[in-house]
Design a protein around this ligand. Structure first.
Ligand SMILES: *Cc1c(COP(=O)(O)O)cnc(C)c1O
Length: 404
């Protein structure tokens, strides 16, 4: 079975993990400070703050900007649905801006049509690493004196006109989750050039307890990854991703994962020195990684059969790599099932991002409706050999007619 994604298992991570057991925490704040400095310099922002997760980064920005009950926040209609409850819990009114089904991103026009007298901030995403029209969007936000927040969870290293994503808006959030480009097995970063906002967030996170969440999460992810690489995975995936089992398996997986993430409802833990070390190492390799995966992405995109259409990723700059997602003109459910039978994991549908427009009662979002109904994730990951690209292309060629 060719898995949808794989995370890199590295000996030096394991060595760091073992060392962290007996580490003297006196040096922790130094290691974290060093990482934050390198990150800020790299992105081109004045401040970077390492926090518990991408979600944590987003809510710290929202709270730091003083947004609360009754304020309106414009969000992309195509994004991670799990972000919504965090924002709604604060009493924010969320309004979805439609996306262009070719780029998967919001546009200045789609955002402009959602601005009202109550709009207090705009959240935009660089979907799957493809830069959105961030300059057009910032100009729009500036003209209304509304702060713009960049969700860079998919896009560390993406460039627009020589500047990196995460340096354009009032603030940006990054995720250091195991599946993201810079992994510290959980964690997140806020970047901003606003000294007051940086100070507010720094004060909040400085009182958090040191925990062992990174240790727990590395153990969990390594276990999961070793299973994906074992011969057991093929037969197991066929059962777990089958139509009868998939939905309940996913609920179980999400519950387990969220328990490992947060330590069962415990308060957010401080970013640790171990995480700083892991993330800093991957940050160093980010450019090489993006270059290699963008080439592989292009190779796959160029050879996709005619019923597939890859995301348009270079409309506004140089993309970073996250996942390969394409639109399929046919029955995506049948395509996924047929692909599983032939040993290619195209997921079960809910792993690609969500159409949040209906959840927010924003009805006129035709772009996201079209995109969401046709999106499929195609395997492409760190150390994928070229021979697999070949096999994927040939299989999709056959399957597209079966699932037409
Ligand atoms: C992963 C992700 C986040 C949040 O990251 P976590 O570290 O998992 O909390 C935010 N936005 C998008 C679009 C993401 O994919």
């Amino acid at each position: 079975m060719i898995p949808r994604r794989r995370i890199a298992l590295r000996r030096d991570d394991l060595a760091d993990w073992l060392r962290a057991w007996k580490e003297d925490t006196a040096f922790a704040s130094e290691a974290i400070g060093a990482f934050e400095q390198v990150f800020a310099d790299r992105i081109g922002a004045r401040h970077a703050l390492a926090v518990a997760s991408g979600r944590d980064a987003l809510t710290l920005i929202i709270d730091g900007l003083g947004l609360g009950a009754g304020d309106e926040l414009i969000v992309p209609a195509y994004t991670l649905g799990e972000l919504l409850p965090l924002l709604q819990k604060r009493g924010l009114r969320l309004v979805a801006a439609d996306v262009d089904p070719r780029t998967f991103n919001v546009t200045p026009d789609s955002v402009r049509s959602r601005i009202s007298a109550n709009t207090r901030a705009i959240l935009v995403l660089h979907a799957f690493g493809a830069p959105c029209d961030i300059r057009g969007l910032c100009a729009l936000a500036d003209s209304y004196h509304i702060p713009l927040i960049e969700d860079c969870a998919h896009a560390p290293g993406a460039m627009i006109g020589g500047r990196l994503t995460g340096s354009f808006g009032k603030a940006a959030l990054f995720s250091l989750e195991a599946t993201k480009a810079i992994s510290s097995f959980g964690g997140g970063v806020v970047t901003t050039s606003d000294a007051t906002l940086a100070e507010t967030i720094a004060t909040k996170v400085s009182s958090r307890p040191q925990g062992n969440c990174a240790l727990r999460r590395i153990a969990f992810k390594w276990g999961e990854e070793l299973l994906v690489r074992s011969p057991l995975y093929g037969p197991l995936a066929r059962v777990l991703f089958s139509e009868k089992v998939a939905a309940s398996f996913e609920r179980f997986y999400r519950r387990t994962h969220s328990r490992v993430r947060s330590g069962d409802g415990a308060p957010q833990e401080a970013f640790s020195a171990l995480q700083a070390r892991l993330a800093q190492r991957r940050l160093k390799e980010l450019e090489t990684r993006n270059r290699r995966l963008n080439l592989l992405w292009q190779e796959l995109a160029d050879r996709l059969p005619e019923n597939f259409q890859a995301q348009r990723r270079d409309s506004f700059g140089t993309p970073a790599f996250y996942n390969f997602v394409a639109r399929f003109a046919g029955d995506t459910r049948r395509l996924r099932q047929a692909a599983h039978r032939r040993g290619i994991d195209l997921g079960i549908g809910s792993e690609v991002m969500d159409n949040v427009a209906p959840l927010l009662d924003t009805l006129d979002c035709p772009g996201v409706a079209e995109l969401f109904a046709s999106a499929v994730m195609i395997p492409l990951y760190d150390d994928m050999p070229r021979s697999r690209v070949e096999r994927i292309v040939r299989t999709l060629e056959i399957l597209q007619h079966e699932a037409a």
